[in-house]
Design a protein around this ligand. Structure first.
Ligand SMILES: [Fe+2]
Ligand SMILES: [Fe+2]
Length: 415
C-alpha cells in the first residue's frame, strides 16, 4: 500500500477545496482532462449510477455494507482498480484500514499513524481536504508501498464533527483522474459520509432508546429483590420463541426481523407497572390474600396505561407500542379467563402471547420466598398442558420444540 516510509520525489497536487475542483497548481486541469477525456454521455451515465447508489445508501444500516457498495461503484462506475477506506481511531491516533479493493488480504489490520511527517492519506485527513497525486512516484508526500500504483486521489470522509477518515482511490495509470471524475469521487465520498453519519445518529438514538427502556424496566424490577436475572431471561426467551415462530412461517404476517428485535427489548417492559404496587403487597413473603392479589393484578393496567400514554404523547413507535401491548396483556389467557381485560384467542396481541409463555416458564423454574423452583421438564409439561387454555396453542407447541434452548438460557442467566 501507499503511506509507508519510502523517500519522496516531486510535489503532489493538494486540492485546497472542492469548488472549483483545484487539480491545477502542480498538474493543470487541462492536462489531466486531455489525458483522460470524459465525454458528456459517459459523465451523465456515471452521474445516474451515482444517484441510484445514493438512493440505496439511504436505507443501509450497516457500515461495512456501505463501504462495499461505494467501493463497488468506484470500481464498476468510475473504473478505479484500487480503493481503500480508512477511519480515524482516536485512541490509536491512527487511520485504520476498514475496507479495501485491489489489495490482497495481507493489508488486513493496516493503519497509518496520523502524526507521521508524510503520507497522502495523513495529509488529506489532517488538512481536511482532497489530495490528488497524478504521478505518485514524483510526489514528495507519497510513501511508496505498492510499486504498481501510479496515481492516487484521497478524499476526507467528513461528518458534522469534522473528518472521520479518508477514502483512497488508486490507479495503475498515470493521470488517471479527470476533473469530472474527481468531482464524482468527491460526490461519492460525500454521499457515503452522509450515510455513515445517519447510521451513527440512528445507532445513537437506538442505543439511547434501549438504555431508557431497560433502565425503566430495571427500576421497576429493583423494587422486587427476588427477580434477579428475570428480565434478561425474559428477553432472551422471547427472542428464541419469536425467531422459531418466524422460521416456521407461523404468524409470518407479523413476525419479521424488526419484530424479533423489538420484542427482544420490549419484553423487558412487561412488569413495569409493578412500580405502582404497594410494598406490603409486592414484597409480601408469602401467598397473597384474594384482596392483595387483586391489587397485584393492577400492575398490568398500570404498566399498559403508562406506556400507552407515552405512545399517545410521543408517537406510535413500534417498541413503545409493543411494550404497551405486552404490559397490558401478558396475563391474558387464550380461553379468555385472564386479566385485566379478559381478552381471548387472537384478540390478545401476539407479543403478549409470546411473553406470557416466557414469563410463566421463568416463574415456574425460579425459586421464590414462598415456593421452590420447578424442574425444567416439569415446567415444560405444565406449559404444554396449558396450550389452548392458558396459552396460544401454536406458541406453546413451538415453545416445547425450543425448550432445550430455554433451559440453556435458564442455566446461563442465573438469579
Ligand atoms: Fe406481570
Ligand atoms: Fe415477569
Amino acid at each position: 500500500m501507499h503511506d509507508n516510509d519510502t523517500a519522496p520525489g516531486a510535489p503532489c497536487a493538494v486540492i485546497p477545496e472542492l469548488e472549483p475542483v483545484p487539480v491545477a497548481g502542480v498538474v493543470p486541469v487541462a492536462q489531466v482532462v486531455a489525458a483522460h477525456p470524459v465525454h458528456g454521455e459517459d459523465f451523465t451515465a456515471k452521474l445516474a449510477a451515482m444517484q441510484q447508489l445514493n438512493a440505496r445508501l439511504i436505507f443501509m444500516r450497516d457500515e461495512q455494507t456501505i463501504f462495499e457498495e461505494v467501493m463497488t461503484a468506484a470500481q464498476s462506475v468510475l473504473g478505479y482498480d484500487i480503493c481503500a477506506v480508512f477511519l480515524h481511531d482516536p485512541a490509536a491516533r491512527a487511520l485504520r484500514l476498514r475496507a479495501w479493493r485491489g489489495y490482497d488480504d495481507r493489508v488486513r489490520g493496516f493503519s497509518i499513524p496520523i502524526e507521521r511527517e508524510i503520507g497522502l492519506c495523513r495529509l488529506a485527513f489532517s488538512e481536511d481536504r482532497p489530495v490528488y497525486s497524478p504521478d505518485v512516484m514524483a510526489d514528495p508526500n507519497y510513501c511508496m508501498a505498492d510499486p504498481e500504483l501510479c496515481s492516487e486521489l484521497i478524499i476526507p470522509i467528513r461528518s458534522r464533527r469534522g473528518p472521520i477518515g479518508v477514502f483512497d482511490f488508486g490507479s495503475r495509470a498515470l493521470y488517471a483522474f479527470a476533473d469530472e471524475d474527481i468531482r464524482l469521487c468527491c460526490t461519492l465520498v460525500d454521499h457515503m459520509a452522509i450515510s455513515l453519519e445517519n447510521l451513527r445518529l440512528f445507532d445513537e438514538l437506538a442505543s439511547t432508546r434501549d438504555a431508557i427502556i431497560l433502565g425503566m424496566a430495571r427500576l421497576a424490577e429493583s423494587r422486587d429483590g427476588a427477580m434477579g436475572g428475570h428480565l434478561d431471561r425474559i428477553c432472551a426467551y422471547s427472542r428464541i420463541l419469536t425467531e422459531a415462530l418466524s422460521r416456521q412461517g407461523t404468524h409470518a404476517r407479523f413476525v419479521d426481523e424488526e419484530y424479533v428485535e423489538t420484542i427482544t427489548r420490549s419484553a423487558a417492559l412487561h412488569d413495569i407497572g409493578k412500580v405502582g404496587i404497594p410494598d406490603e403487597v409486592l414484597l409480601k413473603p408469602g401467598h397473597l390474600t384474594p384482596g392483595e392479589y387483586e391489587i397485584m393484578k393492577t400492575h398490568a393496567g398500570i404498566g399498559g396505561a403508562t406506556l400507552e400514554e407515552m405512545v399517545n404523547r410521543h408517537g406510535s413507535f413500534f417498541m413503545l407500542k409493543m411494550g404497551a401491548d405486552i404490559a397490558w396483556a401478558h396475563h391474558e389467557r387464550w380461553d379468555g379467563s385472564g386479566y385485566p381485560r379478559g381478552l381471548a384467542g387472537e384478540t390478545i396481541p401476539l407479543s403478549a402471547r409470546i411473553v406470557a409463555v416466557c414469563d410463566v416458564y421463568d416463574a415456574l423454574t425460579s425459586q421464590r420466598i414462598y415456593k421452590a423452583a420447578i424442574p425444567h421438564d416439569r415446567a415444560r409439561d405444565l406449559i404444554l398442558a396449558g396450550a389452548g387454555q392458558h396459552f396460544d396453542p401454536t406458541v406453546a407447541r413451538v415453545f416445547t420444540e425450543q425448550a432445550g434452548e430455554f433451559q440453556r438460557v435458564r442455566s446461563r442467566l442465573r438469579d
